[in-house]
Design a protein around this ligand. Structure first.
Ligand SMILES: Nc1ncnc2c1ncn2[C@@H]1O[C@H](COP(=O)(O)OP(=O)(O)O)[C@@H](O)[C@H]1O
Ligand SMILES: [Mg+2]
Length: 248
């Protein structure tokens, strides 16, 4: 199958980390038939396609044109690809620590924040802003969300409170590593690589407000949207999982 020659200097071919077949084996399939005879789209891919379709209405303006497709690769493995317009990256917003110089970039970040929050209110999902290069400025200085395969929920403070043990002695067992943290980690809190994407993203959104837009951090911290960042139980769980991102 001739797939790779389709890519030119305007386009990137996105191939997921795992083959579609692996996803099917791991997570099963809902049975929806893909284009290739005898293969089915896994539930994971279905979720991704579903999220993509829904996020379009909120943050579509920040996503490079994308055409998803399911097909066989040159070795006959069934894969889920997408073709995406290539973005010329001028700045990685993940490592943006100072006020953006260009007014149009600040406006674009403001709109992105507004639209992400609307999307979160409506769908309960946040994009993955945790990875390097996931959110960038393009050659026009406008925000582009490149990583569009990982929309994640933000687990509520209540769910975390319910999952964590009240007994300090039991809690200590987890601190000392005698018991597995998986037992007290609410479903969906981390992605398949163990990263708490929702929480990391919320932290990045706050950083964008304070650093990239220069908003007063005291005001930003009064915003209920960012309240989970100050929840003590949540920070306890995070610091157990990732000592590098805990408390503060
Ligand atoms: N449309 C695109 N334009 C330019 N670079 C891209 C594009 N899509 C992906 N990339 C490059 O590939 C990297 C990985 O893509 P990403 O969607 O973040 O996947 P991953 O799930 O591996 O983090 C990006 O950080 C970026 O450097
Ligand atoms: Mg990425």
């Amino acid at each position: 199958m001739e797939i790779y020659p389709l890519v030119d200097d305007q386009t990137v071919l996105r191939v997921p980390r795992r083959t579609e077949q692996q996803l099917i084996d791991e997570f099963g399939s809902s049975g929806r038939k893909a284009l290739a005879t005898g293969h089915e789209v896994s539930t994971v891919t279905e979720t991704e396609l579903h999220d993509l379709e829904h996020m379009e209405g909120y943050i579509g303006a920040f996503v490079p044109d994308t055409t998803p497709m399911a097909d066989l690769d040159l070795e006959g493995n069934f894969r889920y690809y997408s073709l995406q317009r290539r973005v010329k990256v001028t700045k990685d917003l993940r490592s943006c620590t100072t006020l953006l110089d260009e007014r149009c970039s600040r406006l674009s970040v403001q709109r992105f924040l507004r639209d992400v929050r609307d999307m979160f209110d409506a769908l309960g999902l946040l994009p993955d802003l945790a990875g390097k290069g996931n959110l960038v400025l393009d050659r026009f200085g406008l925000v582009k969300l490149i990583d569009i395969n990982n929309f994640r929920p933000l687990i509520s403070d209540q769910q975390i409170d319910d999952a964590l043990p009240d007994d300090e002695k039991v809690f200590e067992e987890y601190i000392l590593g005698r018991r597995s943290l998986e037992e007290i980690t609410p479903a969906g809190f981390v992605d398949d690589l163990g990263h708490p994407i929702g929480d990391l993203t919320l932290g990045h959104l706050r950083t964008l407000e304070v650093r990239a837009l220069g908003r007063d951090h005291k005001e930003v911290d009064k915003d209920p949207f960012y309240a989970p960042l100050h929840n003590e139980r949540r920070q306890q769980l995070l610091s157990l999982m990732r000592p590098d991102i805990g408390l503060g």
